[in-house]
Ligand binder design. Structure first.
Ligand code: NAD
Length: 298
């Protein structure tokens, strides 16, 4: 069992840290939000007063933060933790960030003699809670083998997709598809409802037909279709609209760098930006359906 520092205890990091505790690891945690720290302590972790103190003496450091600037700030900022991580420790960043940021952190960590992987995840909050996440890993194979027992306490599938930063590229490809599919699914159900169909009957049909996806089966954007979906609780929790917006921005940026056409990705980025401007930025990204239907009244 390992001594693990876990930084960032939000919708995803909180349950991931709890699963590490359940697997018998000694977990020291830090988050800027006291309520997030309290929840982790209730799950059996030990709270540290700062990120620096959380990582002191840790064999493995895991971060699960919103975006590139938070991750670069945590490791490389003026008061960054990189100099305080024990020699020989393993660093795992599971946040979804720009591939260039992941490479920057990995290079700085390597210069300090630390092994690093970028290991963004897929599977949502439900996957984080159930310990069934998919880890999408970039970095050296040797570092992944060291990380594997720790990742297995939080996830079910582990894919090694390439060198540092490659995990982030693959994650952005997945989320670009997801963002497009969610917007398209909401639009299709809204069309059906506007033409007199029942949203649940339509969704049940689509879920066993060629229009099926995670959006029809697990995170259906229409309220009243799936009890456990964010749509059933006013779009609270889940995967924030503004996090999807961030990921689509990173995907479009990667597309520009590689001269790749991503017409649907660009359109989806605009849809989630519009949803954010409409005041839904902190809600689950499936609230994008509100752009085409007044579902909040249901
Ligand atoms: P979140 O906003 O719920 O949680 C982020 C946490 O990080 C917050 O508790 C915040 O207080 C904390 N934080 C920010 N800066 C910090 C710092 N400097 N030190 C310590 N704590 C700090 O976000 P989330 O939904 O948990 O997502 C985290 C990452 O995982 C994002 O990159 C997101 O894109 C990705 N992701 C999310 C989901 C999902 O379904 N929510 C799924 C897959 C991947």
């Amino acid at each position: 069992m390992s001594r693990i520092a876990f930084i960032g205890l939000g919708n995803m990091g909180g349950p991931m840290a709890a699963n590490l505790v359940k697997a018998g690891h000694e977990v020291r945690v830090f988050d800027l939000v006291q309520a997030a720290l309290d929840a982790a302590v209730a799950a059996g972790a030990t709270a540290a007063p700062s990120a620096r103190e959380a990582v002191t003496g840790a064999e493995v450091v895991i971060s699960m933060l919103p975006a590139s600037r938070h991750v670069e700030g945590l490791y490389l900022g003026d008061d960054g933790i990189l100099p305080h991580i024990a020699d020989g420790a393993l660093v795992i960043d599971s946040s979804t960030i720009a591939p260039a940021s992941a490479r920057k952190v990995a290079e700085a960590a390597k210069a300090r003699g630390l092994a690093t992987i970028d290991a963004p995840v897929s599977g949502g909050v439900a996957g984080a809670q159930a310990g069934t996440l998919t880890f999408i890993v970039g970095g050296e194979a040797e570092a992944l083998e060291r990380a594997r027992p720790v990742l297995e306490a939080m996830g079910r599938n582990i894919f090694h997709v390439g060198a540092s930063g490659a995990g982030q590229v693959a994650k952005l490809c997945n989320n670009m598809a997801l963002g497009v599919i969610m917007a398209a699914t909401g639009e299709a159900i809204a069309l059906g409802v506007a033409n007199g169909l029942d949203a649940k009957v339509l969704s049940d049909m689509m879920a066993v037909s060629t229009g099926r996806s995670w959006a029809t089966e697990v995170c259906n954007p229409w309220p009243g279709v799936i009890d456990t979906a964010p749509a059933a609780r006013g779009y609270a929790g889940g995967f924030g609209n503004d996090l999807m917006l961030k990921d689509l921005g990173l995907a479009v940026e990667a597309a520009m760098q590689s001269n790749s056409p991503v017409p649907l990705g660009e359109l989806a980025r605009n849809l989630y930006a519009m949803n954010s401007k409409a005041g839904n930025g902190r809600l689950d990204f499936s609230s994008v359906v509100r752009l085409v239907a007044p579902v909040q009244d249901q």
